[in-house]
Every structure is written in C-alpha cells, then in structure tokens.
Design a protein around this ligand. Structure first.
Ligand SMILES: [Zn+2]
Length: 296
C-alpha cells in the first residue's frame, strides 16, 4: 500500500510500505477515505533532523473497517469510523475519567509499529476504545466537518472547556488558525456572552465572525492587551483560549485574563517555561489545558 513518510524538514515522500494488517485481537484495519494534516505536523516539517528510517505521518482520519480482530465487539467490516488523534482502551482509570490521552494502554499513530492516517490503510489498536462508528455514508456532505472531530474541533472545544467558558462570560481567543476558529465555535456552544478573536488574517476573521466572534482585536503584544482591556471595562476576559503555543501568544493570553479568570492552553508549547508566573499568581489566574481527549 502507499503512505506518506517524512524523512526530515521539507522532505515528505509517498512510498510503498507494508500493508496494514491485524496484529492484536483488539485491532481493526481501516481503509482510509479522508485524512487531514495537523498543525502539529508543521513543526517537524520545518525542523525535523534528517532520519533514514523516516516517520509515518497522519493522525486524523475517517475510513471504512476492512478487517476486525477477534476481540473487537462494537464494529464490523464495512462500518464507517472516525478516529481521535490517539488510540486508547476506553476502560482504564484515565479513560473512565474522560482523559483518553493519558490511557494506560494507549498510544500515538506513527509510533511503536502503528502506521499513520496519511496512507491507504491503518492498523488501529484498541479499536473498541478508540474508533467511533459514524451513522452516515462515506460521501455525506458533513464529511469535512466530521473529520475535524479527529483533532482540531475537539482541541478548540477543549480550550473552551479548560478556560471555563460558560453563560454570561467574556471569552478571548488568541490565534485565528484552525484551532482558534474551532475555539470560537466551542465558546459559542458553551453559551459565552461575548467572544473576542485576536488575529490579523482578514479571511480567517471573517470565518470567526460567522462562527460567533463578536469583537476583533488585530493588534499584537502590548497593543492587543490594551485593546482587550478597553473592550472589557479595563478588567480583561473571564476565559482565554490560547491556540498558538508560542511564548508571545502565551504572554498575551495571560495578560488579558481578568483576575480570577482562566486560560485554556491547547497550542503545543514551544518553550520549556510558562511566562509571567508572578502576575498570574497575584491575580489568581488559572492555567489549564493540554492535549485534548478527543475521544471523550
Ligand atoms: Zn485507557
């Protein structure tokens, strides 16, 4: 079968690889019908050291079940299924608490002998605890939207949950990329009163407004902080969604949270430390977030 393999920064090849096949009784093999590229794929695309073995890519996909292990009970050959971006057993202590990303028996696509979603087929371990059977056919008009539930929409929603978005609250979303835009949808679903999007790409801002953003802040750094404060009677936002992961965007996110507010971080941090420890402490600002348990 054919699959994408990344060998280093800027070096992605479509190659013939061994066919995906059942290894464990809890596995299924999925024939991939839709797959996406993640923002997190862009970091190795920019910076991966050359590697002769290469790395199989892709962790967001929808497909048709091709083969079912003897210990799989919730799906059959021919079912259309969606995967969250990691696999999980669905039964361990963390899965039962809804934190499937910390599954004791889970793992990541593209590692430990499991292939990636950017290929013709994938062996999915722990299929019962991982895959979700979709009640539509493979050409349904909703397919592009359903594919976002693999990662980006779940991640935006997780940012909103982590930032404690709720009725009556003012929300600020830092970042107008795909995750930030899904964060706007998440904030609206959780009944935010007001949603301020921080971003400067006119096409994306237009989408953010369509999704429910009520205010736009297009400045950066100190000017952005000042603008958000002007919009919030000087106090800042109750809930801030950090959807970038850079030091500057994190400083901005922490600076626009009001005292007692919460920041939900879902941008993969590109720095070791969280900045502004003292002001965040003095104002009782909660810092939460992390990898989204998309399966939950
Ligand atoms: Zn588990």
């Amino acid at each position: 079968m054919r699959a994408t393999v990344m060998y280093g920064a800027g070096d992605v090849r479509v190659e013939t690889v061994p066919d995906a096949r059942l290894v464990d009784p809890a596995d299924v093999v999925v024939h991939v019908t839709r797959a996406a590229i993640c923002g997190s794929d862009l970091w190795p695309y920019k910076s991966m050291e050359p590697d002769e073995t290469g790395r199989r890519m892709g962790h967001e996909f929808i497909g048709v079940v091709d083969a079912v292990g003897s210990d799989v009970h919730t799906m059959k050959v021919g079912d259309l299924v969606l995967t969250p971006f990691v696999w999980s057993d669905g039964t361990c202590v963390f899965c039962r608490e809804g934190l499937h990303t910390s599954c004791l028996h889970g793992g990541r696509y593209g590692f430990d002998g499991v292939g990636g979603g950017q290929g013709e087929a994938v062996r999915v371990p722990q299929a019962d605890g991982t895959l979700v059977v979709l009640p539509v056919n493979r050409d349904d008009a909703l397919m592009p939207s359903l594919l976002t539930l693999s990662d980006v929409m779940a991640t935006g929603h997780h940012a909103a949950l982590s930032a404690e978005v709720g009725p009556g609250k003012t929300v600020a979303v830092v970042g107008d990329g795909a995750v930030g835009l899904c964060g706007v949808i998440g904030a609206r679903r959780l009944d935010a009163d007001r949603i301020i999007i921080l971003g400067r790409h006119p096409d994306r801002i237009a989408i953010a407004k369509e999704f429910g953003a009520t205010d736009v802040v297009s400045e950066r750094g100190e000017d952005a902080v000042e603008h958000v404060r002007e919009l919030t009677d000087g106090s800042g936002a109750h809930s801030v969604l950090e959807c970038v992961g850079l030091d500057q965007s994190t400083v901005t996110a922490l600076s626009i949270a009001r005292p007692g507010g919460a920041v939900g971080r879902v941008g993969v941090p590109q720095d070791e430390a969280i900045p502004d420890a003292l002001p965040v402490f003095m104002e009782n600002i909660t810092i939460a977030g992390g990898r989204a348990p998309a399966r939950a």
